[in-house]
Design a protein. Structure first.
Ligand SMILES: [Zn+2]
Lengths: 100, 213
């Protein structure tokens, strides 16, 4: 197990990055990102599939101006944690707004 | 044409024959109106790739709608449910295109393995703060090495570098849902271990946030 290699990879500043976008390689920023993730971690979290099953309902409620964070807090929490699901939520919401 | 009730959508799509064909045509038009929102900002909407992707996603969505029709519980408008399926299919494909050339981060490294410590963790931090930051990084990394499996570390590294879950999952031979569970388990383990060592994420953060003030 090569601990230094992992440190270099996780917090070092020489990562390969995609040509555009991607995250900052500043080690202290990565540490901040990770700690923010840990801080928000809960014992019980919904998975991507569970959120997908509820996403149409959640998005409609959000588009109607309902307080979805209060009504469906576990879905909201997953969207805060999961970039993929959040991205899909935003697109779906823009479709509903566009269709209104 | 999208004036059907949820019940009418389901009944028409189940009907077969002209009734089903008509419903599929109407649904196709509805999905086509939604897809530009998925493509916007991710692909040139006028490109041939965009046209091909749209056609592929529409086909896939209609097939899935029919396949999963029984799972529609009427908790939303039927069209919202169909859009949801289309958005997932479109973004999955767009992510694949966007990331296919990007290798999953590996734990390879040059010989100068301590470089990350000599580089200032935060250029605005005082020397004392930099030492504290380096020590905290070592401590957190030791915890990561001791608590997580190779696969969990690999997944965590990829996510930290901005890899979509879906793409990282494919490379790691799993699926997005399982990868989320694996990362959730990893986060929980790290959080509990920090607690065991008398550290909260906020305390770790404070070592880094003091810098630059
Ligand atoms: Zn998710």
């Amino acid at each position: 197990m090569k601990i230094k290699q992992f440190i270099q990879r996780l917090f070092g500043s020489k990562q390969r990055k995609p040509s555009s976008g991607g995250t900052s390689a500043n080690p202290s920023e990565k540490m901040q990102k990770m700690m923010a993730m840990l801080s928000a971690t809960r014992e019980e979290e919904l998975t991507c599939d569970e959120v997908f099953a509820l996403l149409d309902q959640f998005t409609e409620l959000a588009a109607q101006g309902e307080d979805v964070a209060k009504l469906m807090p576990l879905v909201q929490h997953h969207l805060d944690m999961c970039d993929d699901c959040r991205e899909e939520y935003k697109v779906l919401k823009s479709i509903l707004y566009g269709a209104a | 044409m999208d004036k059907r009730t949820n019940e009418e959508w389901v009944a028409d799509l189940r009907a077969g024959g002209d009734r089903q064909t008509g419903a599929l045509e109407d649904l196709r038009a509805i999905i086509l109106r939604g897809l530009p929102y998925a493509i916007a900002g991710r692909l040139d909407p006028n490109s041939p790739q965009s046209e091909a992707l749209t056609e592929e996603v529409v086909q896939e969505t209609l097939m899935r709608v029919l396949e999963y029709l029984d799972t529609f519980e009427g908790r939303s408008q039927f069209t919202t449910w169909a859009h949801k399926i289309a958005v997932r299919a479109a973004l999955t494909e767009l992510r694949r295109v966007r990331w296919r050339e990007v290798p999953l981060p590996e734990m390879d490294v040059d010989d100068d393995m301590d470089a990350s410590y000599r580089e200032a963790p935060d250029e605005q931090a005082s020397p004392e703060e930099q030492v504290a930051q380096a020590e905290m990084m070592k401590r957190v990394n030791r915890i990561i090495m001791e608590e997580l499996t190779d696969k969990q570390r690999q997944a965590l590294t990829a996510i930290m570098e901005g890899f979509p879950l879906e793409e990282a999952a494919g490379r790691l031979g799993t699926n997005r849902n399982a990868l989320y569970k694996m990362l959730h388990d990893a986060r929980l383990r790290l959080k509990k271990r920090l607690e065991k060592e008398g550290l909260t994420p906020q305390e770790v953060l404070s070592v880094f946030e003091q810098a630059g003030r």
